[in-house]
Design a protein around this ligand. Structure first.
Ligand code: HEC
Length: 146
């Protein structure tokens, strides 16, 4: 009896795992890339507060810049599966090279800010922070209005 229940349990578990897999997978893929984009949003906002002198945390500027650079790299992978949804448009996958190049540009700009901050502190980093905010130019092309 125990064994029977166990087999039944196994089948039920397999069914549970198998049936919603396709739908859940796409949702997870979309959620995952949104997780990364939210990270960019939070880090960019934290950086802005430091650069504008609203909080006195100059030592953290390079850390935020490095997180942005790493997240830009991770984002390329996150968008690899072609799953139109969230606020992403079909153009992401139609213009894949341009889309990727924009994340590379963000990575390069963020590393530049981090290096300047480490070498010369806030004074050296501040003029470079603006170059990081390429966000809107990408969103204008690759996101639906929402
Ligand atoms: C290479 C293009 C690209 C760049 C560069 C980019 N984004 Fe995005 N971003 C997207 C796309 C595409 C989406 C839509 C994701 C989805 O819903 O599938 C998005 C979504 C978002 C979202 C919405 C997440 C949500 O809650 O749905 C935020 C916030 C965001 N990006 C912040 C930023 C910030 C901040 C930067 C710059 C530091 C940035 N992004 C740079 C393409 C980009």
């Amino acid at each position: 009896m125990t064994r029977f229940v166990c087999v039944l349990g196994g089948v039920a578990l397999a069914a549970l795992l198998a049936v919603p897999a396709v739908a859940a997978e796409n949702k997870d893929i979309i959620d995952y890339r949104i997780n990364l984009m939210k990270t960019l949003g939070e880090q960019a906002s934290a950086m802005g507060k430091i650069a504008q002198g609203k909080v006195d945390n100059a030592d953290n500027l390079a850390i935020h810049a490095e997180i942005i650079a790493m997240t830009a790299v991770a984002a390329k992978k996150a968008f690899e599966p072609k799953v139109v949804g969230g606020t992403s448009t079909q153009a992401v996958w139609d213009n894949w090279k341009d889309f990727n190049d924009r994340f590379t540009a963000l990575e390069v700009a963020a590393k530049d800010v981090a290096a300047a901050s480490k070498a010369g502190g806030m004074d050296a980093a501040k003029p470079k922070v603006g170059a990081l905010f390429t966000c809107k130019s990408c969103h204008d092309i690759y996101r639906t209005k929402n």
